[in-house]
Design a protein around this ligand. Structure first.
Ligand code: FRU
Length: 486
């Protein structure tokens, strides 16, 4: 692939060329190599002709593009989204002499219907052979897709979307070949026009009042179109799962991102780590990266857990996965000097990552303009992305982002502004500008915003500051230039 284009992210994964959407088949092999497959059209820069592209990484940032892993059998079919598992106990019977056999479970989209197929790999996920008994699940529907499989005690569990009926089906299997319907979760949250790409995974639960190790479950459902901000978004439900039935803890719908470009996220098999697709079906087929021969990138990798946040219930926290491999030159490091002052003109080429830790005096009233602000601009300062955090408790504590002052993409659905409020003031703000993707993580991922940005010339400068913070406040701030992993 040609990764030299000015909109090419340096550390967010993007395909060598062509069009990419959902992450698929995520797993980590026994050598510690992470495998990312993805919905891929290798022959055009719009969706269609779906294959499974493939890349591998030792650290989830430095990726090596691999040969395409799954091909559609003919030109009228597509290999749609799905997942992968390691069949360590050879439940499938495909693997006589290895505990490292990989099975991919995916939707074959045909003109008549969507059926579920499996394919097995003897070489750790580089090449796959479709099972001769395919399909393994066929309900005669043309809107039945995106199987995600996990192991539960003594059987496999699949969640899958009856997309047009607003139903998530839960199926069980002893061997990945025979699937039995166990239960449904239906009509929860925002419906949109379709349910897509469900995940049901076990995650650690962190409780603020005890150190007990606990596990909880989370069901994610992606909807498209029809998100509250338009187009695509992912919602999630913390809850209990007993091997056949899922019960959400409460009736709330929570969104995993407050901006517009984070969809169809998937968890790695048996790991609390996830990656989303950093785009939105409302405009993904026409974004300006097409002129560089590629479209779409993934979100940053994230380590997930649930937090019991008391009256607001369980909350999904999505921490940025260890960024140390992708930081190069330190651009700024300053202790306690971001209070009521500005650091301007930190210059970078590839992109920038910044991290601020905020300590505020307790029991203070914030003045109405108390805030932290950042601006990332282009060389001529003609275009910029802005954001900040408002501390005035009347607001209340609110992160905001604005991509409106960029000139590279004119589209009615390319919304300019995003925000989300919290009950308590933030303690940490991490941000990353990676060419055409900007992400912000508040309080280690308690709140996440992902937005694509399309300037007509490269971003080169960060300025950051705060104002009207009360006496006794401290902000430690550091920023690093991003490495170019390509
Ligand atoms: C979600 C989705 C899936 C489908 C895939 C096709 O973005 O629509 O439901 O399997 O993309 O590429």
């Amino acid at each position: 692939g040609d990764y030299t284009g000015p909109l090419r992210p340096r550390v967010h994964f993007s395909p060598p060329a062509g069009f990419m959407n959902d992450p698929n088949g995520l797993f980590k092999d026994n050598n510690g190599t992470w495998h990312l497959y993805y919905q891929y059209n290798p022959t055009d820069i719009v969706a269609g002709n779906q294959h499974w592209g493939h890349a591998t990484s030792p650290n989830l940032y430095e990726w090596t593009n691999q040969p395409i892993a799954l091909f559609p059998p003919n030109s009228t079919t597509g290999v749609f989204s799905g997942s992968a598992v390691i069949d360590a106990n050879n439940t499938s019977g495909f693997f006589q002499n290895t505990t490292e056999g990989v099975v991919a479970i995916y939707t074959l989209n045909t003109p008549q219907k969507q059926v579920q197929e499996i394919a097995y790999s003897y070489d750790g996920g580089y090449t796959f052979t479709p099972y001769s008994g395919n399909p393994v699940l066929d309900v005669g529907s043309n809107q039945f897709r995106d199987p995600k499989v996990v192991w539960y005690n003594d059987h496999w569990v699949m969640v899958i979307a009856y997309a047009a009926e607003y139903v998530i089906g839960i199926y069980t299997s002893p061997d990945l070949k025979d699937w039995t319907h166990a239960s449904n979760v239906s009509h929860i949250g925002f419906l949109g026009i379709q349910y897509e790409c469900p995940n049901l995974v076990k995650l650690p639960v962190k409780n603020s009042t005890s150190n007990d190790d606990q596990d909880g479950w989370v069901l994610t459902i992606s909807i498209n179109p029809g998100a509250p901000l338009g187009g695509s978004i992912t919602q999630y439900y913390p809850g209990q799962f007993n091997g056949t039935h899922f019960e959400p803890y409460d009736r709330a719908t929570r969104l995993s991102n407050f901006a517009k470009d984070d969809y169809a996220g998937q968890f790695f098999y048996d790991e609390p780590v996830s990656i989303g697709w950093a785009s939105n079906w409302e405009y993904t087929n026409i974004v300006p990266t097409g002129s560089e021969g590629w479209r779409s990138s993934m979100t940053l990798p994230r380590t997930n857990y649930l937090v019991d946040s008391g009256v607001r219930g369980y909350h999904l926290v999505q921490e940025i996965y260890d960024v140390s491999p992708i930081l190069s030159k330190k651009l700024s490091s300053s202790d306690n000097n971001l209070v009521n002052t500005t650091i301007s003109n930190m210059n970078f080429d590839n992109g920038i990552y910044f991290d601020m830790n905020i300590t505020l005096p307790s029991d203070v009233t914030f003045s109405a303009d108390a805030s932290i602000n950042f601006t990332i601009s282009t060389q001529t300062s003609r275009e910029c992305v802005k954001g900040g955090y408002i501390l005035a408790s009347s607001t209340p504590y609110t992160i905001w982002l604005d991509r409106g002052q960029t000139d590279g993409f004119d589209n009615p659905f390319y919304t300019d502004k995003f925000s989300e409020s919290q009950l308590k003031p933030a303690k940490r703000i991490q941000g990353m500008m990676d060419r055409s993707v900007f992400e912000v993580y508040i309080d280690n991922g308690a709140v996440v915003g992902t937005m694509d940005v399309y300037p007509t010339e490269p971003f080169t400068t960060l300025s950051v500051g705060s104002r009207s913070l009360p006496k006794g406040s401290e902000i430690t701030f550091s920023a690093w230039e991003l490495k170019d992993v390509w």
